[in-house]
Design a protein around this ligand. Sequence first.
Ligand code: ADP
Ligand code: ZN
Ligand code: ZN
Length: 734
Amino acid sequence: MYADVIIDISHEKVDRIFQYAIPERLEGLIGIGSCVDVPFGRGNTLRTAYVVGLSEKTDYPEERIKKIAAQREDAVPVTADAIRLAAFLKRTYGSTMIAALRTVLPAKKTVRPVEKKTVVRLLSVEKIRSLYAECGRKKQSAKERLLGELIREERIPCELVTGKLHVSAKTIQSLAEDGVIRLETRTQLRNPVRLSEESDDRPVLSDEQEEILREILRDFREHKDGGRGVSLIHGITGSGKTEVYLRLIEEVIAEGEQCIMLIPEIALTYQTLMRFYKRFGDRVSVLHSRLSEGERYDQCLRAERGEIDVIIGPRSALFVPFPKPGMVIMDEEHESSYISEQNPRYHTRETAEELCRIKGASLVLGSATPSLEAYHKAVTGEYRLFRLTRRLTGGTLPEVRIIDMRKELSSGNRSMFSEDLRKALEERIGRGEQSMLFLNRRGYVSFISCRACGEAVKCPHCEVSLVRHRGGKLMCHYCGYETADIDRCPHCGSKYISGFRAGTQQVEDEVKRIFPKAKVLRMDADTTRKKDSYEEILGAFSRGEADVLIGTQMIVKGHDFPKVTLVGIIAADLSLNESDFRTGERTFQLLTQACGRAGRGSIPGEALIQTYRPEHYSIVLSATQDYEAFYREEMACRGLCGYPPEGNMLEILITSAVEKRALGLAVALKKRCAFPVSAIGPAPAPIPKINDRYRYHLYLKCAEKDALLDTRQALEDYLFTAPVETETVSFTVL
Ligand code: ADP
Ligand code: ZN
Ligand code: ZN
C-alpha cells in the first residue's frame, strides 16, 4: 500500500503530494487523515506529514519510493471531510495545502483535558448584597464584579468568570474558602443541567419568529440526508434574532445533532454568553481568541466525544469537530472580522456554506445590515430570505437627524460640532443622561475631500477616492491613474479641501473645553492597547461612570447601553472617502449600527448625523433605516464597474525591497492574464511602502468565478518557476 502525503512545511515548493510506501507493520493502522513521520529531502530528515490519499499502485519505480517512518501518536488526525474543506480553501483563497489543513485543524496539540467548573452561590442574595457593598468601599473591584453577578445569578460557568468578568482564580479560591461560593465540577458526561430556576424565561414567539422557525426546521427535517439550505434572517437589532437561534438550537439538539454558533469576537459579551449558558447549561462551550492551545484542544475533544452540543465562538469555531453538525448559525453575518487575516484569507460565510454542503447541515445567517453578497444571493433565490420587522424590546427607534456641515461652515462655525449637536449634548449632560460620540474613521487618512461642497476627488475610471501620496500627487490605487495635487476644490473652488482631519483625541479635548464639568471616556486604538482595557472602558460607561463616550468603530458594536439617549456622529462621510469599492456599504452599516445605539432603554433616543454630504444615499438611507433602498442603489453602483457581487474580484499585493522589481513582477503577472479575466493596474498600494518594502497592487476582475480562480492558479504556477528573489505575492479574494 502507498500513501499520498502532504508535508507539514509551509513553502510553495513542497506544496504538492508526495508518495510513500506504508511498511507492513503499519498497514491497516494508517488511513486518510493519519499524521505520520516521513524521511524528507536529501538528508532524509524526519518531517511531519498528513495522509490525504491511499493507493494500491505507484507510478514511481519501486526502489525509489521511501517508507513512512512512524505514525505520530501525539497528533490530532485529520478527517476526510476536513481534507475536502482544506482543498476548498486552497482552491478558493489560494494557499498551500498545508496552510489550509492547519486552518481546518482546530487544535494541533494533544493535552490532558481540564474539567469544566461552575461557580455556585452559597449565601443568600441579601448577604451577597452586603458583601458587594463592602467590596465597593474597599475598592476590591474584581471581587465586586463577581459578587454583583452573583446577586443576579446563582450559577455562573467558571470560564465566564475568568474569561469575561476577569476575576482571577485566586479571587475565586478565596471566596470559596470564605464559604461565599463553591466550585462545582461536572461529574457525569451527559448532564444537561439548567443554570438556574428562572432560566426558563422563554418568551412566547411572535408570529414572525414562529414562521421563521417553522420554515427553517421544515427544511432541516426534510433533508436529513443532505441538501439542507441556507437562510438569511434580516432583522434590526432587538428584533428577536437571537431568540430564534436559541429555539433552532434546541430543536437541532433534540434531533441528536450539534450546532455551531458563530459570532464576531467583539460580540462575545458576558450578557450574550449568559443567555446561551442559561438555555443549554454545560452542553455549551465557548471558544475565543484568548484561549490557550491546550484549552482549545480541550473544547474540541469535548465536541468530538459528544460532551457538548453547542459551540459559540468567532470564525475559527467553524472547524470544531462535531460528530454530526446539523446547523451552523452565523450572527452579524456582514462583519469584516469574519474574513481571516492570515493565509488562507478565507471568508467565513462561503467556507461555512461549503462545510454545510459537505456535512449536510443547515446554514442560518442573521444581520441587521446584510452584506451585499448575502442579500444578493437571497434576492436571487439561492438563499431563503426571512424578515423580522419589529423591535421586541419596547424601546423605539431613535429619531435621526442629518446635519449639513457645509452650512455650518458657511455660517462661520468652523468647529467640529454643529450648533445642534452642541445643544443636544448640553441638554443630556444637564439631565444626567449619557451620550456617545462616534468618529467614523479608521486608521490613517490621505484622501482629499471638500468641506464646502462635500465632494471627494475620485478616479475617473474606478469610482473610488484618490489617495494623496508624498511628493504631491493624487493616485488611484486600483488603476494607477494619477493627477497633480490640488489646493482648490475642482468642484466648487473652495480652499477648504483637506476634509475633516481631527482624531478622537481632538474630539475629547473639544468636549472638555466646551463642557469642563463633563466626565468623558475615550475609546480608540490608543486607549485600548492594554489587554482588557476595552472591556474596562465599556464596563465603566455602562455603570454610568461617565457622561460621554467618544470612540471609533469599536463603540458602535457589541455592548448595549440603556442609558444612552444621544448618539452624535462626527463627520459621517469620512468612511465614504476611503479608497475602495465597499465604502458605501461600510458607511451604511456603521451609521445604522451607530444610530441604533440611542434609545435602547425607556427614554426615547436621538441620533445626529453630521456630514458634508447630506445627500449621499448611504447617509440618507441609514437615517431612515431603509436597507432595501440602499441595496438597490449600491447594486447599481457596483454594476457600473463590475464590482462584487455583480462580478468577482481579486487583489494581488506584490512587495519587494527594490521598487523596480515589485513593479516588474506586477507587470509580468498582468501580462499572463487573458480574457475573460481583466487586470487593472499595477498601482502603488494606499500605503506604498512599509518596512522598507515597496507595495504594488494589481486587481483582477471577471464575471465568472471559476475563470478567475483558474487564472490565480496559473499565476501561482508561474511564480513557482519565475525568477523571483525576495519579492512576495499574496492574493486576496474581495
Ligand atoms: P436580536 O438578536 O435581533 O438583537 P434578541 O433575540 O436579542 O434580538 O431579542 C431582543 C430582546 O427581546 C431580548 O431581550 C429578548 O429576550 C426579547 N425577545 C425576543 N423574542 C421575544 C418575544 N417573542 N417576546 C418578547 N420578548 C422577546
Ligand atoms: Zn468643493
Ligand atoms: Zn482608477
